[in-house]
Design a binder for this molecule. Sequence first.
Ligand SMILES: [Fe+2]
Ligand SMILES: [Fe+2]
Length: 356
Amino acid sequence: MSDPRVRFEIAHLARVELLSPKPQETEDFFTRFLGMYVTHREGQSVYLRGYEDPYQWSLKITEAAQAGLGHAALRTHSPEALERRAASLIDGNVDHKWHESDYGYGKTFSYQSPDGHNLELLWEVEKYQAPPELQSKILTRPSKKPLQGIPVKRIDHLNILASDVTAVKNSFERHLGFETRERVVDGEVEIGAWMSTNILGHEIACLRDAQGERGKLHHVAFYYGTGQHNVDAAEMFRDYDIRIEAGPDKHGITQAQFLYVFEPGGNRIELFGEPGILQLEPDYETRTWLMEDIDTGLAIGGAKLPFETYFTYGTPSKLSVEEHAEAFLTGPPPETVETVPDAVENSRATANAPAS
Ligand SMILES: [Fe+2]
Ligand SMILES: [Fe+2]
């Protein structure tokens, strides 16, 4: 259980860095299709924001040999909260470093999740100030809605894969005050956890890595707030040859409307329709999904989540998503999928699972 006194010390997910072996194509994906603005370039990185992201950037794309998560940063509620949360993590013996942060952000505490994901905490930010031509007449909107693609409003959440979901969940609960709103168990083993410090249904999720590997990314999600946009985006991606993995549909878990696609660098991106279940209860109790209810949890409307990618592919990956899917569909099922429960393999909401 998280300590209720620290629940609000983390305000929200501020930014994510994605690594891409095809940085120009990845940048084009986020600007042309998702209407994100480029705010800065430096070295091998480009910095972007959605039209309602409050800071200088919410997404950094950095050229790298393989796709994956560079880092994710959470903003604290105050400078004191940053010190307290860092002290708690240091008390928990994490590898850590204090440093001056990236463009548009200040003092930053970097550490690794129990599974090796690069995570950061920070308080100091530079608020985005639109130039006159981009200022919106809507006062709560930091910039105009752009006239290209189906523009996302802001970053929404991060979903990481882990060899040990419980260890990652415990770290977010104990040190950062996250509450686990929903989880999935296979017998005694936690295979998924959806966590938040604010009213959103989740800002951090963690799924069990089917390969048993550590530190991978499952997806980063960007927010529309309107289900119709997921349908419009699916049409756009279909027409322009962006690989759609699943959706549009709605998960039972978090009640999130989803559309999963792969950006050209190989990272999975989720487009988020309605905000899903919002949580206002201070004494909310975690809901636990059992394997017998997994179909509802995965996709209420019956969309199929492809076994050969959704349950087995994360980044970095030695194979491209196309090669990875091909290997699963044509070869014998690799031993490494043993960590995917039979109930998921046999789920009506899962497509192309190996016969068990
Ligand atoms: Fe998600
Ligand atoms: Fe999702």
